[in-house]
Design a protein around this ligand. Structure first.
Ligand SMILES: [Zn+2]
Length: 236
């Protein structure tokens, strides 16, 4: 009788351990869609311009991002393309930093279109295309499906909402939201960067610029808009 209990006990443990391992594996690896290379080639100019080795690295970084950050649709269906574009927007600004992780981001909410400060998705005055959360929304980013796709489809106008919002997150990671990414900028360059920002913002205000004038709003927006300008279309 005892031996039957022992066998059952061991068997039960094998089942439990198998289930735990299986669950962990399914949670950890979110496989990329079958046609991910095709989608990246069609939509992401930054990826198209990489050599084969760098493309492989980019794909690995995308996969890693998608297994770490949840993407949830709010009145919007999250399609494979949306997941790939959000991950591309995350990786493009930090592609040169191999071990980068967005430790300040847990979830991206995908809205169908623009929204207002009360997060309303209907009505006439909805000027916001994306935002990084603060307060109760800390560690959350909101991005709109329409603007996300436009940013990658339309490469001519240097706008890319996903890149813009991820650059804001990078700026915020050092604890201050000020257009100075101390986390990637060596201390000795901080003052120089501030001077460049200030002088370029006043030049933009006085003489206009190729760069979207929204960048002259303040240093935070300047850093995000300039990054969009250079990263969305690397041939500039
Ligand atoms: Zn912004």
């Amino acid at each position: 009788m005892l031996i039957i209990f022992q066998v059952l006990f061991v068997f039960a443990w094998i089942v439990i351990i198998t289930l735990i391992v299986y669950k962990r594996r399914t949670e950890e690896s979110i496989p990329l869609p079958e046609n991910y290379q095709e989608l990246l080639t069609d939509y992401v100019q930054f990826y198209r311009q990489l050599d084969e080795e760098a493309k492989e690295k980019f794909e690995k970084r995308i996969e890693h991002f998608l297994s770490a950050v949840k993407i949830t649709g709010v009145n919007a269906v999250v399609e494979d393309l949306d997941r790939l574009l959000i991950a591309s927007g995350a990786i493009i600004p930090v592609f040169a930093i191999p071990d980068w992780q967005y430790i300040n981001l847990h979830e991206v909410l995908l809205y169908p279109g623009a929204f207002n400060e009360d997060f309303d998705q209907a009505g006439s005055d909805r000027p916001i295309a994306g935002m990084v959360g603060t307060g109760a929304m800390q560690h959350v980013m909101i991005i709109t499906k329409w603007q996300l796709r436009q940013g990658f489809i339309n490469n001519q106008d240097a706008h890319n909402t996903a890149i813009h919002e991820f650059v804001h997150l990078i700026d915020k990671m050092d604890g201050t939201f000020d257009g100075v990414p101390e986390i990637i900028l060596e201390r000795k360059y901080v003052e120089r960067w501030k001077q460049i920002m200030d002088s370029t913002i006043s030049r933009m205000k006085n003489h206009g610029s190729d760069i979207d004038m929204y960048g002259a709003t303040n240093p935070t927006e300047f850093f995000a808009v300039v990054s969009e300008y250079f990263l969305n279309n690397p041939v500039y």
